[in-house]
Design a protein around this ligand. Sequence first.
Ligand code: NAP
Length: 315
Amino acid sequence: MPVTSSPPFQRLALIGTGLIGSSIARAARAQGLAAEIVATARSAATRARVAELGIADHVVETAAEAVRDADLVIACVPVGACGEIAREIGPHLAPGAIVSDAGSVKGAVIRDMAPHLPRHVHFIPAHPVAGTENSGPDAGFAELFVNRWCILTPPDGVAPEAVERLAAFWRAMGADVEIMTAAHHDLVLAVTSHLPHLIAYTIVGTADELAEVTCSEVLKFSAGGFRDFTRIAASDPVMWRDVFLTNKEAVLEMLGTFQEDLSRLTRAIRRGDGIALFDHFTRTRAIRRGIVSMGQDSDSVDFGRVHPTLPKAAD
Ligand code: NAP
């Protein structure tokens, strides 16, 4: 419901206005969460598009300019760019401002940003666990965070009132908020997000390397399962390069566990162990049902794809 009294923030600065930044701009405006929204992006082309879309009150050229007098600053750039952004904005941040981000990895963001931020701001890293395979300001939409989790990873010593203010901001955009340490976040997300992306990138890459004729058949018969991996494997290459470079330890740990499980299933297939395969697939089916019952995906058959009508029967 839109906030009718004075907005909780006076000036929201969004550094980076792709899928996530532009979705925050749209949702914050729709919910009246900031009196003023200032946006910036690296390229003149993105800044021009954001101005054209009219999703921010001001579009400025630099991050330093964007954060001036802002009481909430959110860096919505690839994880690998967060340190450089912090270095640029550090000297221009207003006392008492909340500084956050949206990065998919949290330990590296804290390591790279914290040294450049003055003691007079509240640094509260965040990760909205919501997204699509699309990038850029046109890809965003106000409802992106509804019924999705936003994880906050405040470092020790951050004022609880500031954490609550940021949590309320995310809740007002429809998200549920959970607080955990950065290390725990990185481990959990390694399993739920980073590993699935790596697997999808691998499978789709393998198909691409097959002989031309087989590859064209993979595309033709992709409804057998392959196409569901291609959505994930179409995700932004810069963002995902940075995720694997910055969450290396946790991903390698989970990859080790995954490889053991894959070996177990390989062995079951080789030995014709139907019971082991059946038990495993029964367990995984229950996990899918759990996700649907927790409202994290729709229960529409075939992911809600619209099926064409039957051809007309011959007379
Ligand atoms: P995006 O659509 O590609 O947008 C990225 C934005 O960052 C653009 O405005 C881009 O400016 C700017 N940017 C890129 N590289 C930069 C650099 N080196 N220095 C300064 N600005 C730079 O990406 P996104 O999907 O919104 O992702 C933003 C952050 O949210 C990432 O950290 C990602 O891990 C996290 N996240 C993403 C998802 C998802 O599903 N996509 C979900 C949750 C969290 P230009 O357009 O001018 O290049």
